[in-house]
Design a protein around this ligand. Structure first.
Ligand SMILES: Cc1cc2nc3c(=O)[nH]c(=O)nc-3n(C[C@H](O)[C@H](O)[C@H](O)COP(=O)(O)OP(=O)(O)OC[C@H]3O[C@@H](n4cnc5c(N)ncnc54)[C@H](O)[C@@H]3O)c2cc1C
Length: 225
């Protein structure tokens, strides 16, 4: 519907990755991987990207058993053994979803405690199918074409164990991938674009909207507004 409406108002939609934006006199030069566009104003709405584990096997097995969105992909792992890495509300939500779908869930986090309320922890552990792995991190994802296992390191004693899993859910939060905008617009320490209440950035003629901005709440309705 949004796309239909945009086209009806004359928008031309091009699927490409913007690699740089520079100013040349009165116009902005927007370079993509295969083209160059010129514009009098630019709206940046590039969202955020999930934070990666940055471990061997991750790139190769991305979308082959590694998921960055538990709520989206959990149903694909019905009755399977899976692992989730992360801590905080997103990880908590993910484990709560997975415990009702998967056969077994290894919850791997670097701290001593999972950082959830006692009642929530009771709920998580009620089916006896969630195994807590505190003080731990995934150091390698194993598999030939699909995830088959992970190597988990205990951060206290350095020991490592191999777990057989067919899915790895990464809930390490989201990052603003705004390196290509450095020097063009003001970014905060999280790399988010600083905007005022009109969506104006520090660079006249460049606006920003959505998750990539420094607006605190990351919700679809706010991004659209
Ligand atoms: C699991 C999950 C559940 C959620 N549930 C809800 C919910 O129930 N209700 C709600 O309101 N919100 C929800 N949200 C939040 C909501 O999805 C976001 O707030 C919203 O999608 C942000 O919109 P956006 O346009 O800023 O960014 P995005 O939707 O992330 O879109 C950014 C787009 O820019 C593209 N892009 C990035 N870099 C470049 C580049 N250099 N060149 C060209 N294109 C680029 C990306 O590929 C992407 O298509 C949820 C988010 C997640 C992860």
């Amino acid at each position: 519907k949004v796309e239909e409406q945009a086209r009806a108002f004359g928008a031309e939609i091009i699927y490409d990755e913007v690699t740089s934006i520079t100013r040349s006199g009165e116009v902005f030069v927007v370079k993509t991987s295969s083209n160059v566009f010129y514009a009098e104003a630019v709206i940046l709405a590039v969202g955020k990207k999930p934070r990666k584990m940055k471990v061997p096997g991750e790139e190769e097995l991305k979308s082959r058993g590694i998921s960055y969105c538990t709520i989206c992909d959990a149903p694909l792992f019905k009755n399977k053994v899976v692992a989730l890495t992360g801590i905080g509300p997103q990880a908590e939500e993910g484990v709560l979803i997975l415990k009702d779908v998967a056969k077994r869930v290894y919850w791997i986090y670097p701290s001593r405690n999972p950082g959830v309320k006692k009642e929530t922890l009771n709920l998580i552990l009620e089916k006896n199918n969630v195994i807590l792995k505190p003080n731990s991190k995934i150091v390698r994802v194993l598999g030939d074409g699909r995830v088959e296992g992970i190597i988990v390191r205990n951060l206290v004693d350095g020991s490592e164990e191999t777990l057989t899993v067919s899915g790895v859910f990464v809930e390490l939060g989201y990052i603003a991938d705004t390196g290509f905008l450095k020097g063009l617009v003001k970014l905060n320490r999280k790399g988010e674009i600083v905007v005022d209440k009109y969506g104006r950035t520090s660079h006249p003629g460049i606006f920003a909207a959505g998750d990539v901005t420094d607006i605190r709440f990351k919700q679809a309705v706010i991004s659209a507004g």
